[in-house]
Design a protein around this ligand. Sequence first.
Ligand SMILES: C[S@@+](CC[C@H](N)C(=O)[O-])C[C@H]1O[C@@H](n2cnc3c(N)ncnc32)[C@H](O)[C@@H]1O
Length: 526
Amino acid sequence: MSPPVELSPTAYLKDHASAGRGVFASNLVPAGTEILSVADPLICIPDEAHLDTCCHYCMAEATDEASSVNQAYRPSVKLSYCLGCRVVKYCSKTCQATDWKQKSHKYECVIYKAQYPRVLPVTARAILRMAKHFLSETAGSNIVGGIGALKAHAEDFAKSGGERWEMANLTAKATAEFSKVSKQVSFEAEFLRDMYCKLLVNSASVVTQTFDPIGLCLAYQGAMFNHSCDPNAIMLFDGRQLSIRSLKDVPKDAEITISYIENLTTRKERKEELKSRYFFDCSCSLCSSDSQPLESIQCTKCNKSIASNTNICASCNEAVPEDDLSAVLALATSVTTNRSKKNADKSAELALKSLKSLYGTKLLPSTYPPIPQLHQDLATSYIDEGNWKSAFLHLLTLYVKVYPTIYNTSYHPVRVVRTFTLAMVLIQIAVDEPEGLGEKIDFTKVLYGLLTEVYGNVEKSHGGQSSFAEVVRRKMEEVKIDIGIDSNREADKWMGKGLRAVPGLEGEVGKLVKIVDEFVGTLKSG
Ligand SMILES: C[S@@+](CC[C@H](N)C(=O)[O-])C[C@H]1O[C@@H](n2cnc3c(N)ncnc32)[C@H](O)[C@@H]1O
């Protein structure tokens, strides 16, 4: 048994009873605090789709093509190509020089250039960096034992075979071949395959402030956290800076866990994904519990929730016929499976059709997977198109019917960001089509209520020094001036509360709930 290692002022690493190593709290960690911050992850690079729009070092995004709502999150950034390879871009000479000297672009530039106009996939680019770094690493050079000590599960990958193993071999072989053009160093395929396995098990998606994936990150300390489907912490990105923040109070010496996957899925789907991607059987508190809140269905007679482990409504005793229930659950599974396929049709048309078919069963509430994801994907598509009213209706449905169940703390970072997006979309509606919602809402009050909710939670969700907190503060100031609020007194009264808790907003909340009920009603009737 190795001795514990301090990972940050609040967390230490030690051997875990059943999961290799794990991270534990050094003292009580209060909810909404930073546990770990890594300013310079070993690897943090854009994926293929974002090579043209993200700085290859700091991950800043170019603003040119973003819609007005997405621009609210970003400072103005212009990117220029590396003139050597013309594949990667930078926002400044400093980023370019750091990437060149410290992050291996000096070595990989010639490899990228030889492949141009073909662009290497993000996994191939990442394993080249890992391999290069591995050569200069000694076991004691880093507190977690470096790349050598990262779990690879290589035998499990080989044993499970299939497409993933094929891809590991193909990527490693092709990358080894490509690396030969470098005069500095080239690699064997088998060694690169080992790097590939380590990458897949230990890396995380880099996400924007709106949680859209833009790249891949490998940070030693970040890779030490084990998974739970009901985690007490979350990984966030601010550009290339990775942080882990607590979602709940974590008692001294308790394990700190994050979620590796999109955990808004059914238990069966979560367990299958974790087994196939990370090679373990999840036995977290949620997977071991009889109650699966997301898998509750809705009673067609009294509209109350029916728990996931029964087909009988506890409120009115109505029984849902088992065959009907099986058919509905199979439909939900098939929508999820089709969406997760490679080259799946991700169009808004299909998402809307799927959403209507799920609601059309009348048995599935807005929280049942994959309904929340479909609403979110549709909102994102409509924001990109500038279709504010449709984006608003989907985001508002999530705000009213989904977030209180799936993110049961008001400072959950995803909930805070989505609420901010809802406020930004509301601004667009107020400008473009204020009569478009049917119900006349007081835009000023609702907007101010949403923003104060975000403003009051951002310290806990993201930290006061984060770029997102800065974006929120700026927007709050702008809106206060626009709507003629010149003191903080009124804002303070509302601070941190949800719309529902703000005095004087009950009427507006009632109207919003009615808008959502009518909207879901139209989706149910196809
Ligand atoms: C990113 S690593 C986490 C750190 C790892 N425990 C170590 O010792 O290096 C991911 C791997 O840790 C293990 N792991 C993570 N969460 C687990 C869990 N809840 N139960 C069992 N094993 C887990 C699995 O082997 C998984 O592939």
